[in-house]
Ligand binder design. Structure first.
Ligand code: CMC
Length: 423
């Protein structure tokens, strides 16, 4: 508390509420004492609610700022890599060369999966959605790994964080190989984190431009404060469930088209639009309040001017398209035309709807050769770092189970009527 208070006048009395100061961004009114006055707050979608304290990631949606532990996403995307960002998010500081080497070695040493997990994967139909595969495989790790973890033990949490960061690329590659009907591959000890992932997926050593683009996608997706999937990981984790189960819950939340499923939806939408000459029809549909159609990959709950991750990936996207010689691909040309047209449309300008990170990541992933149904698994691969760092941070504090309340609008007490007597 910073000494400032807010007051709430209700039912003839005044309740004083403490104000907690943020180091950056919005301060919060601490409403946790309201329950003692028999009042709840109501905030569907949590648009005005801070559910926890955190020192990991800061977003200023109006200014288009994203910081991890104070470092700008632009600097991290240009000069860092996913494992270094993982170290930063987990520990709070950038590693020295020695610290990074030890961390990297620890992660690379844990990439293998138990043989039984390969059997679990083979038992799934090949047309299972890759997110369902990933969700199942991650939860199934609970069957093979030690889950009786002392959550208060910092080193035990770190060990499991390293395991999950290490195994997620192997799990994603396994799901992608199974979906493609190919033999399941194993990690190559000689290859680094991202190279190995791509080599496992495609069965060949990846070219540098593809590795760089993938590395950037992973860094840009590493964490995004209390988004839906991270909040899900925290909520599940708050019950004391094991981290494999908590991450599996996060994967389920990420799957939806309003969250991580958006980049898959972008490609589906482009396929539905089909041709540049149909763009106007779909733009009109997106603006029709009676039509549920939205321009996928546009808009963001937090970034209302531009998404800094999208600005970085836009450059990457053009680089990849040029060097992979895919600029002639009709779908990718359609994406570029749609982007240009929407950016000059009054409806999108007035509502501050800009392409988000999913718009460009979808296009890059398509150019690289990842099937669109598997795009969200790549998002999960990036976000494992944030999920587990947030889970770790949550357990460092005095844990309270997450348990929201409700505004009940159902019927009052009534008498049960036996079935034969019902009208
Ligand atoms: N296409 C057309 N209209 C839109 C769109 C869109 N993509 N997004 C928002 N609007 C309109 C919306 O209908 C509303 O119009 P009006 O003021 O006339 O009622 C106005 O813009 C404000 O939208 P909102 O629904 O209040 O915005 P929100 O903050 O609740 O929703 C969003 C954000 C991302 C869910 C939404 O923009 C959306 O559904 N976008 C498409 C899906 C997408 O790309 N999702 C990925 C999000 S980024 C990935 C991540 O970080 O997880």
């Amino acid at each position: 508390m910073n000494g400032e208070t807010a007051s709430l006048r209700i039912r003839g009395s005044e309740i004083s509420l403490g104000v907690r100061a943020a180091t950056l961004g919005q301060d919060v009114v601490d409403v946790s004492s309201l329950v003692a006055n028999d009042i709840f707050t109501f905030d569907p979608g949590f648009v005005s609610t801070a559910a926890c304290t955190s020192a990991l990631t800061y977003i200023d949606g109006d200014a288009g700022v994203l910081l991890h532990r104070g470092y700008k996403i632009e600097d991290l995307a240009a000069q860092s890599n996913q494992l270094e960002v993982a170290y930063l998010l987990l520990t709070g500081e950038l590693p020295t060369a020695l610290e990074f080497d030890a961390f990297r070695r620890a992660v690379l040493a844990c990439r293998d999966l138990p043989a039984g997990l390969y059997d679990v994967c083979r038992a799934l139909p090949k047309d299972t959605h890759p997110m369902a595969m990933l969700n199942t495989l991650c939860a199934a790790l609970s069957a093979f790994e030690e889950i009786d973890i002392d959550m208060q033990d910092e080193s035990a949490r770190r060990e499991v964080a390293i395991k999950l960061i290490a195994k997620m690329p192997t799990l994603v590659a396994m799901a992608l190989r199974h979906q493609a009907g190919k033999n399941l591959t194993e990690p190559d000890a000689k290859l680094d984190y991202t190279d190995n992932f791509l080599a496992m997926v495609f069965g060949e050593t990846p070219v540098p431009v593809v590795v760089d683009a993938m590395e950037r996608i992973l860094v840009l997706h590493a964490d995004h404060e209390q988004n839906a999937s991270t909040s899900t990981v925290r909520l599940a984790g708050s019950t004391g469930t094991n981290p494999y189960a908590a991450i599996s819950a996060g994967i389920a939340a990420l799957w939806g088209p309003s969250h991580g499923g958006a980049n898959e939806a972008v490609l589906e939408m482009l396929e539905e639009i089909g041709d540049i000459q149909h763009i106007e029809t779909f733009l009109a549909r997106a603006q029709d309040a009676n039509d549920a159609f939205k321009l996928m990959g546009f808009g963001h709950r937090v970034y209302k001017n531009y998404d800094p991750r999208a600005a970085i990936l836009r450059t990457s996207c053009h680089e990849v398209l040029e060097s992979l010689d895919s600029a002639g691909n009709p779908l990718l040309r359609l994406a570029q035309a749609l982007e240009a047209r929407a950016l000059e449309d009054d409806y999108f300008i007035r509502r501050k709807l800009f392409p988000n990170v999913d718009f460009y990541s979808g296009i890059i992933l398509r150019a690289i050769g990842i099937p669109s149904s598997a795009f969200t698994t790549i998002f999960a691969l990036g976000r494992i770092v944030g999920w587990i760092a947030q889970w770790n941070e949550m357990h460092r504090e005095n844990l309270k189970i997450g348990r929201p309340r409700q505004l009940y609008l159902g019927p009052g007490p009534r008498s049960f009527v036996a079935m034969p007597d019902r009208a």
